[in-house]
Design a protein. Structure first.
Length: 202
């Protein structure tokens, strides 16, 4: 667990550090997450510092930006920011816990578990009644606050993927549309995220 003094020093050091990327991380936090306190800001900057690839950083920041429109929880933004780097083995679970804390690490691991379940359940073509059962199974995950948080990050990732799927092949587009129709759009309604619902349905 970081002390406030350690986080303030980290924020100061990172603010002065050149990330070598085409984005001002400090300005991004100020624009999209102005409600962050100094500790939150330091952790956001530390998360960015763990990402050594421009494409992964851009994707992570885009997902975090989506999350910032319906949550004030910095841990969710950080989890969305670093998840792709974690999946590509750029960042280890141990490093995440040591640098970003237990909560962020738990969110990332929970998201990985959810992704694995989705890959086996929804990346294939199912009849509507089977899909409905899968949707009911996933809705049962909303029974706990932590699971809801994990689902929020996944929903933001799905919205980002839909927004950037213009150039993918037709089969992938159909798969994304199917997943969104039978699972993600209904879940946004359950969670009362109106803005995300119409964007996914569109």
């Amino acid at each position: 667990m970081h002390s406030l003094h350690q986080l303030e020093l980290l924020a100061s050091n990172l603010a002065q550090k050149s990330f070598g990327f085409e984005i001002d991380i400090d300005a991004w936090v100020g624009q999209h997450a102005p409600w962050c306190n100094e500790s939150d800001k330091a952790l956001m900057l530390a998360a960015c510092d763990l990402i050594d690839n421009q494409e992964l950083l851009d994707r992570g920041l885009s997902i975090a930006k989506i999350l910032s429109t319906f949550t004030l929880d910095p841990n969710l933004l950080i989890a969305g920011l670093i998840y792709e780097s974690f999946c590509k083995s750029k960042i280890s679970s141990l490093t995440i816990e040591q640098v970003l804390g237990f909560t962020v690490n738990n969110l990332v691991l929970g998201l990985q578990k959810l992704e694995l379940m989705l890959q086996s359940d929804l990346c294939k073509s199912y009849r509507d009644e089977v899909a409905a059962k899968k949707c009911g199974r996933l809705e049962s995950l909303l029974a706990s606050n932590e699971n809801i948080q994990i689902m929020l990050v996944k929903l933001a990732m799905q919205l980002y993927t839909m927004r950037t799927s213009i150039n993918v092949d037709e089969s992938t587009k159909l798969s994304l549309a199917y997943q969104t129709q039978v699972l993600y759009a209904p879940l946004t309604k359950r969670l009362n995220i109106v803005q995300m619902t119409w964007q996914l349905e569109d």
